[in-house]
Design a protein around this ligand. Structure first.
Ligand SMILES: [Zn+2]
Length: 252
């Protein structure tokens, strides 16, 4: 039995060799595993529609998705990006001159002129962020629900205002309302192409199509705005939806 000698596992150089092999296998395994994870994540990211992916750019034509609200809030913080999304979506607007009065302040605000159902009364200044959310809601929620329920478009959105220099519920003290920075819209109702009027005050409790329409557009608002308050919230909101992009996250 000459020529071959079984390796002695006790010898240090053999141990070192085995250790090296294990380390190499671990590194290869680690790289391979993360390559697979990365490839799967990339494929999922490419396959997912934009409205579900927070880092993909926002567009008014995107249907509502898991990332709509976060994208609207983030894009709205960037004055240039906000206006670009509105313009690309066909919304025409005029800039509103900044002004400050006491604790109230309008800046980065626009007046939407065309490209969506007009707000009535006209001339409703709101922050670009709020205008962006209103545009998304009008296209992806309100018009969609109007066609589903009534087979026609909403041609006017009635409202009680955007900017109002006041604190919450008009109290003398306490938190400043989002209306004090034109970052909110109080929606009173909708007018359809055939002249039908749907009023939050009159139709919220309606068991028929008008009531269902109002509840659908309220639920949809919760997926776009940070705060959505309806008659379900409290008596102060019996006649309107309060929609804003700056308050506390609330859907009621
Ligand atoms: Zn309000």
């Amino acid at each position: 039995m000459a020529g071959y000698r079984a390796p002695d596992p006790g010898k240090p150089h053999i141990q070192r060799h085995a250790h090296k092999q294990t380390l190499t296998a671990r590194v290869v395994g680690f790289v391979l595993m993360w390559s697979i994870v990365g490839a799967v994540a990339l494929a999922a990211e490419r396959a997912l529609p934009s409205e579900h992916v927070p880092w993909k750019p926002l567009a008014l034509i995107d249907p509502l998705g898991a990332a709509t609200r976060i994208k609207a809030a983030r894009t709205g913080e960037d004055p240039a990006a906000c206006r670009e999304v509105l313009q690309q979506g066909g919304v025409e607007f005029l800039e509103v001159a900044p002004r400050t009065s006491g604790f109230c302040d309008i800046h980065d605000a626009v007046n939407m002129e065309a490209g969506m159902a007009p707000l009535s009364p006209r001339g409703a200044p709101m922050t670009c962020k709020q205008a962006l959310a209103v545009s998304i809601w009008e296209r992806q929620v309100v018009q969609q629900a109007a066609f589903d329920s009534f087979g026609q478009a909403v041609v006017r959105i009635d409202h009680y205002g955007t900017y109002a220099c006041r604190r919450i519920y008009g109290q003398d003290e306490g938190a400043v309302s989002q209306h004090a920075t034109a970052n909110a819209l109080d929606v009173a109702g909708f007018r359809l192409a055939d002249g039908t009027v749907i009023s939050v005050q009159k139709d919220w409790s309606d068991a028929g199509q008008k009531g269902r329409f109002l509840r659908t557009v309220r639920d949809g608002a919760c997926k776009v705005f940070l705060t959505t308050l309806s008659p379900d919230y409290n008596a102060q909101h019996h006649d309107h939806f309060h929609l804003d992009m700056g308050g506390w996250a609330k859907c009621a």
